[in-house]
Design a binder for this molecule. Sequence first.
Ligand SMILES: Nc1nc2c(ncn2[C@@H]2O[C@H](COP(=O)(O)OP(=O)(O)OP(=O)(O)O)[C@@H](O)[C@H]2O)c(=O)[nH]1
Length: 219
Amino acid sequence: MPAPRMGLLGWRQVPAVMGLPSQNPVSNVMLVGDSGVGKTCLLVRFKDGAFLAGSFISTVGIDFRNKVLTVDGVKVKLQIWDTAGQERFRSVTHAYYRDAHALLLLYDVTNKASFDNIQAWLTEIHEYAQQDVVLMLLGNKVDSTQDRVVKREDGEKLAKEYGVPFMETSAKSGLNVELAFTAIAKELKHRSMKLPNEPKFKLHDYVKKEVRGSGCCRS
Ligand SMILES: Nc1nc2c(ncn2[C@@H]2O[C@H](COP(=O)(O)OP(=O)(O)OP(=O)(O)O)[C@@H](O)[C@H]2O)c(=O)[nH]1
């Protein structure tokens, strides 16, 4: 059992922006998935450009970081919530779904159980999150080629089945990490601005094109 990492918010504490999504220029992005899939590492890679090597310290409750991205010349403020994947913190996570504007759902390509549990996570998301929440599926740890047990095609198939955009990432190498958050920020920006003459942004198409362009993830 990994040692616990107490989230900045600790138990039952709520970020100042909770409950005020419409008056609030901050977009809330929540990272979910089994314990150990790499949610904290993905966030640290995105925020600080570093990889948390060494022993695995499991998140307790929920933690968060802020990051501002410039998307098509517009600043998009993201507050990213790093949730605890362990089952015993599930009720804490449930309380946050409703105020999330976007969800990044992770599994670990070296851990079949974390992939098999995606269906259960999607059921939970369906139950607790807003109907129009932006959702993306990420298969993390693709740098671990020797230990891979979930093929890219399996991730793609599952994502297609549920109609969600998909990409493979590595918090260790940084592969597609910036891209995942940028894609989410683009979608959130387009939704919030709703410019009448602007063509509708298609997250699926953007992700497919960008992932193909990066030459990533051929296994
Ligand atoms: N090789 C490799 N290891 C990774 C990657 N991302 C995370 N890890 C390792 O996986 C372990 C778990 O990472 P965390 O980011 O703490 O996992 P988590 O999903 O936040 O776990 P919980 O807080 O328990 O929900 C750590 O030992 C990390 O070093 C990755 O992209 N590649």
